[in-house]
Design a protein around this ligand. Structure first.
Ligand code: COA
Length: 143
């Protein structure tokens, strides 16, 4: 997973800067593993035994996903998120899934809109990452 989370292209609009050490990624994985099972539905994505990203809810109902750039543009995120959405609504009593997206992240916005997410609001200067402020578009998908 460190190969994904240390890639500046993949991390351009993430809520933290790219990981600079294996320890940082170990801490991230530890938080994923330790997340309370009744509040989490998160998955590591593998292709042919190789870790290529993650998709799911670390804390319900917010969804998060990232893929290594070598795997972008093949419909993998759409496939993974479709499965996450189905499994989350089947297993948890949540009425909606939510997302918080940087307005510049067109790939993510288009993907979520394709999956049925609709904008619910916007806010300015919500994240301070890599010495710059970023804004948020909030989206939601109803059950
Ligand atoms: C967002 C991300 C997961 C998309 O992964 P992907 O596997 O390439 O996406 P898919 O191939 O499943 O594409 C599904 C749809 O997303 C949109 N999309 C994907 N990449 C896009 C791009 N570079 N520009 C515009 N739209 C794009 C398209 O609408 C596409 O549908 P289409 O094929 O009908 O045009 C990937 O770009 C990524 O990991 N980005 C960095 C991490 C990130 O920003 N995560 C989201 C944080 S909220």
């Amino acid at each position: 997973m460190n190969r994904v989370l240390s890639d500046p292209r993949a991390m351009r609009y993430w809520s933290t800067s790219a990981h600079s050490s294996l320890e940082e990624t170990e801490g991230w994985l530890r938080a994923m593993i330790d997340a309370p099972p009744d509040q989490s539905n998160d998955f590591i994505l593998e292709i042919g035994g190789r870790v290529v990203g993650k998709a799911g809810c670390w804390r319900l109902p917010e969804i998060g996903f990232i893929l290594h750039p070598d795997y972008w543009g093949h419909g993998l995120a759409r496939e993974a998120l479709s499965a996450v959405i189905e499994s989350t609504f089947a297993r948890f009593p949540v009425q909606e899934l939510t997302a918080d997206v940087d307005p510049r992240n067109q790939a993510c916005l288009r993907l979520l809109r394709h999956l049925g997410f609709r904008e619910t609001g916007r806010a300015g200067r919500t994240w301070f990452v890599n010495n710059e402020w970023a804004d948020s578009i909030y989206l939601a998908l109803q059950r």
